[in-house]
Write a protein that binds this ligand. Structure first.
Ligand code: SF4
Length: 308
């Protein structure tokens, strides 16, 4: 199953409740260099980055198979670096510098996955978008100086788009570092009271040519998503791909505000054009437009039936 980890504030609370004892290597790992320890919060990040190595076993992730080649080791090291709690270890970190240099990981010509997830956002994914008028962060990773330097080399950050209050992580530190302007909805502003741009609209708006901000209340009351170039939809915790079921998903069990409102918000997306779903939690997916539309229509129908 894709997500049976808690998402958002309930999850963060759970994370903080974990005892601060020295984390122990889990017995569920297979023998070898890589392992997961008991600091794991079951956020799914490692299973997304290195699915051939990590698996969910009980309430945690574990190394189900040690990397068998250079590519698998590289992906396991990505997971080690991206893990929000430092729960992944390896007795062989010989290629760690190379893995660090690879972040942010390129997903498409202008779009990158940041990695370096934060415990504060329960391991939520964040993204870096390169644009001639200034680069964007979509939600924020944990603040890591070497990563900030890498973003500097790629032109810095002008805007930080925050989908909702759960996934802001170290947005403020990145904003201060880059002099970037944060964008958040008024109904989520409590998470970033000094954000530079407050969205008040309940309707979709063109922020700049090619950048469409769409309010999608449901997971939280002021959740917004960002559609770039009618191709990339940055969805926060509103929408993701369920890799086990091979379908789009809205995470009903982790809807904090209103599943009915989330269903209505989902239906509004049908008229939008996009090929990519880039979520905070859950899997990313790239589909041909028509296939994406069909997958979304199917989800909207399911949600409508559930809300009857
Ligand atoms: S990335 Fe870390 S915290 Fe998340 S599931 Fe894997 S080991 Fe656990």
């Amino acid at each position: 199953m894709l997500i049976h980890v808690p998402i958002g504030r309930r999850a963060k609370r759970k994370g903080r409740e974990r005892p601060m004892n020295k984390a122990e290597r889990l017995k569920t790992n297979v023998a070898g260099d890589f392992y997961v320890n008991s600091a794991c919060i079951n956020c799914d990040t490692c299973r997304q980055l290195a699915p051939s190595v990590f698996a969910e076993v009980g309430r945690y992730s574990a190394v189900a198979r040690q990397p068998k080649n250079r590519e698998e080791k590289r992906r396991a090291l990505y997971a080690l670096l991206a893990c929000p709690t430092g729960a992944i270890g390896s007795d062989d970190k010989s290629d760690i510098s190379e893995a660090m240099a690879a972040f942010p990981l390129q997903l498409a010509e202008q779009v990158y996955y940041c990695g370096y997830t934060s415990r504060e956002s329960f391991g939520a994914s964040s993204y870096f978008l390169m644009h001639p008028d200034g680069n964007w962060l979509i939600d924020a990773p944990r603040y890591v100086p070497s990563f900030a330097k890498k973003l500097e080399e790629m032109g810095g950050v002008r805007y930080i788009f925050l989908t909702h209050e759960d996934d802001v992580a170290d947005a403020k530190r990145y904003a201060l570092h880059f002099g970037a302007e944060r964008i958040i909805h008024k109904l989520e502003q409590e998470a970033q009271p000094d954000a530079e741009h407050i969205i008040e609209s309940t309707e979709a708006l063109e922020w700049k040519p090619g950048f469409r901000i769409i309010p999608v209340p449901g997971h939280t009351i002021g959740h917004i998503v960002l559609l770039y170039d009618n191709t990339f939809l940055f969805t926060g915790d509103h929408l993701s791909w369920d890799r086990d079921k091979g379908k789009l998903d809205g995470h009903k069990n982790h809807c904090w505000y209103s599943w009915r409102r989330q269903g209505e918000s989902m239906a509004r997306l049908i008229k939008e054009e996009f090929e990519w779903v880039l979520p905070g939690h859950g899997d990313r997916v790239h589909l041909p437009r028509e296939q994406m539309k069909e997958a979304l229509q199917m989800l909207v129908k399911e949600m409508k039936e559930e809300n009857l």
